[in-house]
Ligand binder design. Sequence first.
Ligand SMILES: [Zn+2]
Ligand SMILES: [Zn+2]
Length: 163
Amino acid sequence: MVRAAVLPEQGSRLEVADIVLGAPGPGRVRVEVAAAGVCHSDLSLANGTLRQPVPAVLGHEGAGVVVEVGEGVTSVEPGDHVLLNWSPPCRDCWFCGIGEPHLCERAAEWADIAHATLPDGTELYPGLGAGAFAEQTIVPRAAPSRSRRTSRWPRPPCWAAPC
Ligand SMILES: [Zn+2]
Ligand SMILES: [Zn+2]
């Protein structure tokens, strides 16, 4: 289990809780989160201005280190330092096929696919497909982009240990 800031329902406050992440499935990547920004979109997802399946782990501006990759993932490997792209492209639709992933028809669907559970088995949904307000998250393979090694690593994210 890892700790996460969980949004139980829209309009409620975030609660720090243990969550369960399985091994990454095909096309998925498990990332140890080193830092996550707090964006106004997180507030909009939390207060109901934007649609968000719940319970959810918000946080879509994260960076960290790849821990494990699922079957078929060749773009990153364990140990890579990465940035997380929110609403990543699917790599399968027509727009992705013609090299226009920024127009991906399915990029918003990741937020509707559970990526973790609470200890009682309740499914958790990742805000904008990222779920970065957690010690670790599981994201689609197109989400992590390799970055330079971050000088802040392994400092914990601010929500876990105020800096
Ligand atoms: Zn944002
Ligand atoms: Zn696509």
